[in-house]
Design a protein around this ligand. Sequence first.
Ligand code: FES
Length: 180
Amino acid sequence: MPAIEFQGQCFQLDDNENLLDGLLKQKASVPFSCRAGVCHSCLLQVTEGKPPADSQQFLTEKQTAKGFMLACQAHVIEDITVRLPLRDEVPGIITGLTQLSPTEIRLTMSTRLPFSISKGDQVYLVNHEGFEGHYPVADVSDDLLIIECLIERKAGGDPFSAWVHSDAQTGLRLMLIKQN
Ligand code: FES
């Protein structure tokens, strides 16, 4: 009976059980979509143990070298520790807009996937209308799921800043992309 460590919890699976099915059955929060090895939503990274061979067949050499695997394709036979991989590009939603001054708003965004970003890094933001701009990250939560930026309104500034100060609302979607 393999034991799977994931997000600080231990999940017992049956021998050869499908990893995605086994985790979902036990109410673990794992992203997924196609269940066929195509969309890569269920990508996990093994941090201890060996990824099952069948779990890496649709991945690149670079991904397999880093211990990535697809949960929907994995049939586990031994104990492993897995985590959600950090991503350089994640979808998010606006969860807060706090007016700090007439020209500055604190924009709080939430993502479902851990974002590979740190305080002070530059993040490129694109809204659902295609307005874009890049800003330094003012704060990020320990689990890398909540990101804050201070958005200043300037004469002749980028359209994204103008949008944040005029039409942005909580619940709207945007993309967050790490700038290297
Ligand atoms: S759910 Fe699409 S690849 Fe696993």
